[in-house]
Design a binder for this molecule. Structure first.
Ligand SMILES: NC(=O)c1ccc[n+]([C@@H]2O[C@H](COP(=O)([O-])OP(=O)(O)OC[C@H]3O[C@@H](n4cnc5c(N)ncnc54)[C@H](O)[C@@H]3O)[C@@H](O)[C@H]2O)c1
Length: 368
């Protein structure tokens, strides 16, 4: 049984992986403390942290937090910058930013001189509560999102909940959508534990720390059970096939976590269009999850503007082009009659396409 230390504002645990266990520490003030102790490191960081990191004496490579920055075309520039800054195989690499910086830094760490050891300080709630563990990097190629990548977990993850104080409501909602998804996919007990923290847009540091810890401990089970995404971990794609289609169809105006929230609602709407019901006592956590995500998305200040003009047919085309489908089946994470997330393969026929389109329209109607 791994040691998990959870105090009111501090938590620490390890994640097992085939490249060795790595530590996660959640502690207010971790960002400043790490900078002071990492003078030899090269930091790949979100542009907004460049000046504070440089002031602490570290070399920096700035990464714009936009999807175009995590494309394969952008990678050579980061590699050349690492070389120009004198990085070698012993240079500690520090990544500071949200999921975009994480994807770029993790990819560069895996390929630069065949592998650097790296530390990650996530700065968005999505990064803190979800993407920071699991070791995946996902890079876009052309119009294909997250189509190439690597597995190389950081040596250490340092989470500073103080950094969440400057996040916008949209970024908090995005992080909560992913955290809710992970806890829901793990099971009703974990989802109820998440809901008990009363996740809102105005959580104090204690609640944010609890959300992060609850979500990461739920995700830890998936990545330790199925590190390489072959079975159980695939369930964490809940909401992603619809989500990636919505991100693409809005040219990334809708950010990843928000698109996943909308995608989870699309999966439930699709189930209903197929004649499934989510009524009954067994399915209480499905209804709780749906109304929680709806409540969060209703508070998004600019979602209708971001979704304006989106055509169902384009979302459907992008959905159909997703890399996870086979030649004759759509592969989708759905919710079964017991309220569990399950991976289903549905034949690529009009009997599937028509309710898929209807489900996307149902959801767009609520938020566009
Ligand atoms: N590799 C993985 O396991 C994994 C998992 C989930 C998502 N992702 C990827 O993560 C990306 C989305 O990441 P994200 O939502 O964390 O955000 P992001 O990196 O796109 O950043 C979102 C915005 O928040 C700003 N920001 C960052 N930290 C801030 C802070 N402390 N205060 C104020 N603003 C801050 C950024 O500058 C940017 O404007 C997507 O590309 C998605 O595919 C990767």
């Amino acid at each position: 049984m791994p040691l998990i230390l959870v105090l009111a504002m501090y938590a620490s645990f390890e994640v097992a992986s085939s490249s060795g266990a790595y530590g996660v520490e959640i502690e207010a003030g971790a960002f400043k403390k790490t900078l002071t102790a990492s003078k030899d490191a090269v930091a790949m960081c979100d542009e907004r942290f460049v000046s504070s990191i440089q002031k602490a004496g570290l070399k920096t490579i700035a990464i714009p937090a936009e999807e175009a920055a995590k494309s394969l075309d952008a990678i050579p520039t980061y590699i050349i910058n690492l070389r120009k800054l004198g990085a070698n195989r012993r240079t500690p690499l520090l990544a500071v930013g949200g999921g975009i910086v994480q994807d770029v830094a993790a990819f560069c760490a895996a390929i630069y001189m065949r592998g650097l050891s790296w530390t990650y300080i996530p700065t968005t709630l999505l990064g803190m509560a979800d993407s920071c563990i699991g070791g995946k990097s996902s890079i876009n190629v052309g119009e294909y999102k997250n189509i190439v990548g690597t597995f190389l977990p950081p040596q250490k993850i340092l989470i500073d909940p103080d950094l969440a104080a400057t996040l916008s409501p949209e970024q908090i909602i995005a992080g909560l959508c992913e955290a809710a998804k992970i806890c829901f996919c793990r099971g009703p007990k974990e989802f109820q534990a998440y809901m008990k923290i009363a996740p809102t847009l105005t959580m104090d540091e204690r609640a944010i720390t609890e959300i992060i810890t609850t979500s990461l401990l739920a995700k830890k089970w998936f990545i330790e059970t199925d590190e390489y995404d072959r079975k159980e971990r695939l369930l964490l794609n809940f909401g992603h096939t619809f989500g990636h289609a919505l991100e693409g169809a809005t040219h990334f105006r809708v950010s990843h976590g928000i698109a996943v929230g909308l995608g989870m609602l699309c999966a439930l709407a699709f189930g209903r269009r197929l004649g499934r019901s989510y009524e009954g006592a067994l399915l209480q956590s499905v209804r709780d999850m749906e109304s929680h995500i709806d409540k969060l998305l209703q508070q998004h200040p600019t979602l209708p503007k971001q979704l304006a003009g989106v055509e169902v047919s384009e979302v459907l085309d992008r959905f159909a082009a997703d890399k996870k489908h086979t030649s004759d089946h759509f592969s989708i994470v759905m919710v079964n009659a017991s309220g569990a997330a399950v991976l289903e393969n549905l034949s690529k026929t009009d009997a599937t396409r028509a309710p898929l389109g209807d489900a996307i329209a149902d959801v767009l109607k609520c938020y566009a």
